[in-house]
Design a protein around this ligand. Structure first.
Ligand SMILES: [Zn+2]
Length: 73
């Protein structure tokens, strides 16, 4: 019976897809530490305000870029 074989084949494919979808959805709940949006810090060198998550920090001070961090000894 050709029809039943095709049907089983399609069911098999559907099952594999279903499993793959479940695997893809399941354990991939990656919880990033939500960056505090709106928290701005001031560059200790030039005074530019930069988002805290993008700022470079050193000794309780924030900098807008690496150059300013290195310049401000
Ligand atoms: Zn700066």
């Amino acid at each position: 019976m050709f029809g039943i074989r095709v049907l089983l084949y399609l069911v098999g494919i559907a099952l594999v897809i279903w499993i793959l979808v479940r695997l893809a959805k399941g354990p991939r709940i990656q919880q990033k530490p939500t960056p505090r949006v709106g928290t701005m810090v001031r560059c200790a060198r030039c005074g530019t305000h930069v988002p805290a998550n993008e700022a470079l920090q050193r000794d309780q001070r924030y900098y807008c870029c690496r150059a300013h961090r290195d310049e401000d000894a």
